[in-house]
Design a protein around this ligand. Structure first.
Ligand code: AMP
Length: 414
């Protein structure tokens, strides 16, 4: 499949070529023709699937240049500042040869440059819900000429508690518009929201299992929680660990870990929601340029980060939400490249591992030999047993899950 088959105009075909995209990703193949026909869309796709271009290219094509006063005609809502900045950057690439103007609106930075850009007039706004509402309330933004509305990462938007903000913003949009909702997962809350904001939508999917997870070499290290740091340092000493994204469960753990690594002369920085926008942007650019080898992040901070060629993703802590595992490891398999993902798992995290394996429907192989192998006897692993042998979860699997639960609780009781 080529971009030439997607009804994009010659200017955008040139833009795509210049961006180095040789062929469209599955979500682009599936979404672009429907969007260009004016259809509402539910796109089930992860960051890393090329979903931004899937909506941004057709929007840029459909926005006719207007003479006279500019009004906001396309609005993209994103859950985090970083993601909003990245989407805006993608629009920047695609709008370069057009008269269209775009701006990113997000908090954590002064509002004046954003207000100035709005005063000069913009066609496309990419925003996080909080700052957008601030500026709407101050009278700098009107949404009554929006023709294209994109709700990006709807699942995360709801997880982060933005549902009422999103609803308030949607109330200010014209009823007649084209709406595109993108989400990595479609839980019932997203389903409900989609029913209330989309009209006869077409569902398009880029299956994450096939496109992302399968191309990543994943392994589990069973390790006691007190040995995780030493194990991480051991792995980071390998010269193959060039650019490593490490995930921790909390901001506090991210900060501490970055400090510890620096003490061990491993250049590392933490990135999380408590850091100022400038600090986050700077940390990110040092990581992108290779000055910092290790970026320690929490899920929210890393959401949507567009970092090319991460050599490894290391889950220092396993996420308790299994979908986050897929989001995290997706950072090491951007647009078709393959990657390596290691996960540390202590005895208390084994329940998370079980949930992750059932979500991705495959067992993750265990690194049997490393200097910090947990002395706590690992319980039998159901998915590994069941799936590795016959690809199904059978009665044996169910029985051993029960056994494992009792063994883990025995261990805790002792
Ligand atoms: P996204 O899922 O939109 O965050 O995109 C992930 C990354 O893939 C970004 O760096 C895009 O610039 C890049 N990308 C998007 N579409 C393509 C494509 N067709 N070929 C190669 N890279 C792409």
């Amino acid at each position: 499949m080529s971009f030439h088959n997607l009804d994009l105009n010659s200017a955008l075909l040139r833009v795509v070529k210049r961006a180095g995209y040789t062929e469209p990703t599955p979500i682009q193949v599936r979404a672009i023709p429907h969007i260009l026909k004016g259809r509402d869309i539910i796109g089930c796709a992860h960051t890393g699937s090329g979903k931004t271009a899937a909506f941004a290219l057709p929007i840029v094509q459909m926005l006719d240049p207007v003479s006279g006063r500019r009004r906001i005609r396309a609005l993209v809502l994103a859950p985090t500042r970083e993601l909003a900045a990245q989407i805006d950057e993608e629009f920047g690439k695609f709008c370069r040869d057009t008269p269209l103007r775009h701006v990113a609106i997000f908090g954590g930075v002064g509002q004046q440059p954003q207000v100035d850009a709005l005063r000069r007039g913009v066609d496309i706004v990419v925003a996080t819900p909080g700052r957008l509402q601030d500026l709407m309330n101050q009278g700098y933004i009107r949404l009554d000429h929006v023709e294209f509305f994109v709700l990006d990462e709807a699942d995360r938007m709801l997880d982060m508690g933005f549902i009422n903000d999103v609803k308030r913003i949607i109330k200010r949009l014209p009823r007649v518009r084209q709406t595109m909702l993108f989400s990595a997962t479609i839980p019932p809350a997203v389903q409900d929201l989609s029913k209330s904001i989309l009209t006869e939508p077409i569902k398009v999917e880029a299956n994450p299992q096939a496109s992302t997870v399968e191309s990543i070499a994943q392994s589990i290290y069973f390790v006691e929680s007190g040995d995780k740091r030493a194990l991480l340092k051991h792995i980071l000493r390998d010269p193959a660990s060039e650019r490593v994204l490490v995930f921790t469960r909390t901001k506090h753990r991210a900060n501490n870990l970055a400090k510890q690594l620096n003490r061990a002369r491993i250049p590392a920085e933490a990135i999380h929601g408590n850091k100022s926008q400038t600090a986050r942007t700077n940390a990110l650019s040092r990581f992108k340029s290779g000055r910092t080898a290790v970026l320690v992040a929490t899920d929210i901070a890393a959401r949507g980060l567009d970092i090319e060629s991460v050599s490894h993703v290391i889950n220092f802590d396993l996420p308790n939400i299994p979908e986050s595992y897929v989001h995290r490891i997706g950072r090491t398999a951007r647009a078709g490249a393959s990657g390596i993902a290691y996960s540390f798992c202590d005895v208390d995290e084994r329940k998370y591992l079980r949930d992750i394996e059932s979500l991705i429907r495959q067992p993750i192989s265990v690194v049997g030999e490393h200097p910090f192998v947990s002395t706590v006897k690992p319980p039998q692993r159901t998915m590994a047993e069941g799936n590795a042998s016959n690809g199904k979860r059978g009665r044996r699997g169910r029985r051993s899950r029960v056994n494992r639960r009792s063994r883990v609780s025995q261990h805790r009781a002792s």
